[in-house]
Design a protein around this ligand. Structure first.
Ligand SMILES: [Fe+2]
Length: 412
């Protein structure tokens, strides 16, 4: 029981971790976007306020003359309505000192934004040389307007926005939405992965079960043991050469492994007969691809392979069985199995004859109505096939018997 739970628990934990990281990435992205939006709004509001106040009060000859005469009390009355007109302004005062260049200068002082204004006359030709005005805005209030909930001032750890204003998001990652989202998405993904895992396990076990039946059956018949296993490995090799990948390659392998399972439905006396079959016996023998297809159709996992095994005895010129299909009408997978089936039968050891050397087998196959492109690929890559090692997903106890026996049998 504990072992059964191990894989689902590991899959679920990994899924939660990955989904959590994805959510974290998403959260960081959204936070970053919000930061830029808030910063943009903040800068615009500050610049607009500063600019509007400048145009309203500090390019004004009356104020210029008053300040130049040193009457700051009167100057203060001239600008007293600035707080009414600009509610964000906390205070506006005059200070002695060198005024900033241009229209205004903005600096941050703790949580206060200082906007320093030189005082110009109307046409901007003269400036008070030793006095300037300072408008103060509370950044916290400004922030409430541009970002009501998500951002707060954080002098110590905040990320610097415009004018050095330190901002940090106040939206925590571990909130109800994120946690519920992570849990729900993780459960959904883990469930899908576990379903797939269970299906693959079923597929593997069913394949192994059927393959075992064939293996045991082959021990009793005239053909060499492991014929189907060898055919499957050869088909896998050729499939790869033909560009098969992933699921298609696995399907080819399993179809090749199970292609002759229908022989269990043919009388043993016909299977084991070493002499020529009579017409009735041959007709029965020709039923085995049909029976193979019927058996595979009985398994949900193998249903889609039934058409491949049904046609593994078809020939290019239509002389094959069960349907006498011609060239282009035969599924490519069936053609591959047909080629390797013939090859394995020729070079494999049989009780009634020695194995044929592959070079003679190729000569024979060149004369047969097989797909000659596939035969050519087999011939061209034969040396490679002899050292071919199947991928790890191939059933672990399917030996390539010919690879192990080949050299000692053929090269004498
Ligand atoms: Fe067959």
């Amino acid at each position: 029981m504990k072992r059964k739970l191990f894989v689902p628990i590991v899959i679920t934990l990994i899924t939660i971790l990955v989904v959590g990281m994805l959510f974290w990435g998403l959260h960081s992205y959204v936070t970053d976007q919000n930061f830029h939006t808030t910063d943009y709004a903040l800068r615009n509001v500050i610049d607009l306020q500063a600019s509007a106040i400048y145009n309203g009060y500090f390019a004004w000859t009356s104020l210029y003359d008053t300040v130049l005469q040193g009457d700051l009390a009167k100057a203060a009355t001239l600008v007293e309505d600035v707080k009414e007109n600009f509610p964000l302004i906390d205070s506006l005062e005059f200070e002695r000192g060198l005024p900033p260049e241009g229209r205004f200068a903005i600096t941050l002082d703790g949580e206060l934004l200082r906007i320093e204004y030189p005082i110009w006359n109307d046409n901007g030709t003269a400036r008070v040389p030793d006095t300037f005005a300072v408008a103060v805005i509370q950044v916290r209030r400004l922030l409430e307007i541009v970002s009501p909930h998500e951002f707060k001032l954080d002098i110590a750890h905040g990320r610097r926005a415009s004018y050095g204003i330190p901002l940090s998001p106040s939206l925590p990652f571990f909130n109800l939405w994120n946690i519920s989202g992570i849990v729900l998405v993780s459960i959904l993904i883990a469930w899908l992965i576990l379903q797939r895992y269970a299906r693959r396990k079923d597929f593997f076990l069913d394949t192994r079960g059927l393959e075992s039946i064939i293996y045991l059956f082959e021990q009793t018949e005239k053909f060499s043991a492991s014929h189907s296993r060898n055919v499957a490995i050869f088909a896998l090799f050729l499939g790869k050469k033909l560009g098969f990948r992933g699921r298609r390659l696995r399907n080819l392998y399993v179809a090749a492994l199970l292609h002759d399972i229908g022989k269990i439905g043919v009388p043993t006396s016909i299977i084991t007969k070493t002499g020529k079959l009579d017409a009735k016996e041959y007709a029965q023998m020709k039923q085995h691809p049909v029976i193979s297809a019927r058996i595979l159709r009985g398994f949900k996992e193998f249903e889609h392979l039934s058409n491949i095994v049904l046609h593994h005895h078809e020939r290019e010129d239509g002389s094959g069985y069960p349907d006498g299909l011609r060239g282009k009408d035969i599924p490519l997978e069936s053609k591959i199995i047909a080629v390797v089936d013939v090859f394995e039968a020729l070079v494999g050891e049989r009780p009634y004859r020695n194995p044929i050397h592959p070079m003679y087998a190729f000569e024979k196959m060149r004369q047969m109505p097989l797909d000659q492109r596939i035969v050519g690929i087999l011939i061209d890559h034969y040396e490679e096939l002899r050292t071919f090692r199947s991928p790890r997903w191939v059933l672990s106890y399917s030996p390539w018997v010919i690879a192990a026996q080949g050299p000692s049998v053929w090269i004498q």
